[in-house]
Design a protein around this ligand. Structure first.
Ligand code: CUA
Length: 326
């Protein structure tokens, strides 16, 4: 096969993959489930259509000038055209665009009783704390749930390096900077399961730093949040004892047990999360075991150490125990 054909084929495959990628509705700016994202979409649409109209006008004018009879164009007409089409019209268009888009840039007003959700970017996972108006925080990780039709205020910070918080279907991006809290008020309009992603290069596993976003009907969300406050269902489990004996509780918390670490993700209701490792693997026993056996292979650069001293049966018991944390 000639090199040209092979390159064309590769290009076609890449193009097709990108085009099909746009059909994804879990993580797409075109599948808006929040008012902020819908606003961004609308401004984008207006700008694209406006841009096409202007480009078509310029192309038409160029065509007309090229085809004009010699001598048909006068210097003064040309100068006037440059003044109007090159100076006056762009100034008017930009001013109109600014006036049109400013309201979309104004952050949504947040009331006293609106839910605050603190999200901190860590290498390479998301620390989440719900702070309802009654003051009792609910800590979680790598999954964010929000009520549909209510304003939620994300308070975003960087725990170690700069990360960036982006839920394409919900709102624009916001940087997470260590030592600073950035606020992002949003409102979801549609229930569903979506996906967010870190969009600032933050180290080896930057690309493996995603999270699940669940937008729920408000009443269902309230029940869920109340339920999240209870500690993990206690059970007699060999994995639970091993989890503590091998020091996992030094980094991870399982509320209701002696494990109260805050360095790594909270595991209290881990079983309910669809993925582990911040969207890296599906939350199955085999995946949990794989992560536990070789964290660096699953997530290069992650701070979790390997535990080669763990016997296979012990590691399996811990992986099973984590899957029971409802
Ligand atoms: Cu965190 Cu990129």
């Amino acid at each position: 096969m000639r090199a040209g054909t092979s390159r064309r084929r590769t290009l076609a495959i890449v193009f097709l993959a990108m085009a099909l990628g746009a059909c994804n509705r879990q993580q797409s700016v075109f599948a808006a489930f929040g008012e902020e994202a819908a606003g961004i979409n609308f401004v984008t649409l207006v700008m694209v259509v406006g841009g096409v109209v202007i480009a078509a006008g310029v192309a038409g004018l160029m065509l007309w000038a090229v085809r004009a009879r010699p001598g048909a164009l006068r210097l003064q007409d040309g100068e006037r055209l440059i003044l109007i089409a090159g100076g006056l019209i762009p100034a008017l268009v930009l001013a109109a665009l600014l006036a049109f888009s400013l309201p979309y840039m104004r952050p949504r007003a947040v009331a006293e009783g609106d839910l605050r959700i603190d999200v901190t970017g860590e290498q390479f996972w998301w620390r989440v704390a719900y702070r309802p108006a009654d003051g009792t925080p609910v800590v979680s990780a790598n999954e964010i749930r929000i009520p549909v039709g209510r304003t939620v205020l994300f308070r975003l910070a960087g725990g170690d390096v700069v990360h960036s918080f982006w839920i394409p279907g919900l709102a624009g991006k916001m940087d997470m900077i260590p030592g600073r809290t950035n606020e992002l008020p949003v409102r979801a309009t549609q229930a569903g399961r979506f996906r967010g992603q870190c969009t600032e290069f933050c180290g080896l596993s930057h690309a493996l730093m995603a999270f699940d976003v669940v937008a729920m009907p408000a009443a269902e969300f309230d029940r869920w949040l109340t339920d999240q406050r209870r500690p993990a269902v206690a059970r007699v489990d060999p994995g639970a004892a091993l989890f503590l004996r091998h020091g996992c509780g030094g980094c991870h918390a399982v509320r209701g047990t002696a494990a109260a670490g805050t360095i790594g993700p909270d595991f209290t209701h881990l079983a309910a999360r669809p993925t582990i490792g911040a969207g890296t693997l599906r939350n199955t026993e085999a995946a949990r075991l794989r992560f536990l056996r070789a964290p660096a292979a699953v997530k290069p650069g992650a701070r979790m150490p390997a535990y080669p001293q763990l016997a296979e049966t012990e590691a399996r018991a811990i992986a099973r125990y984590l899957g029971s944390l409802q």
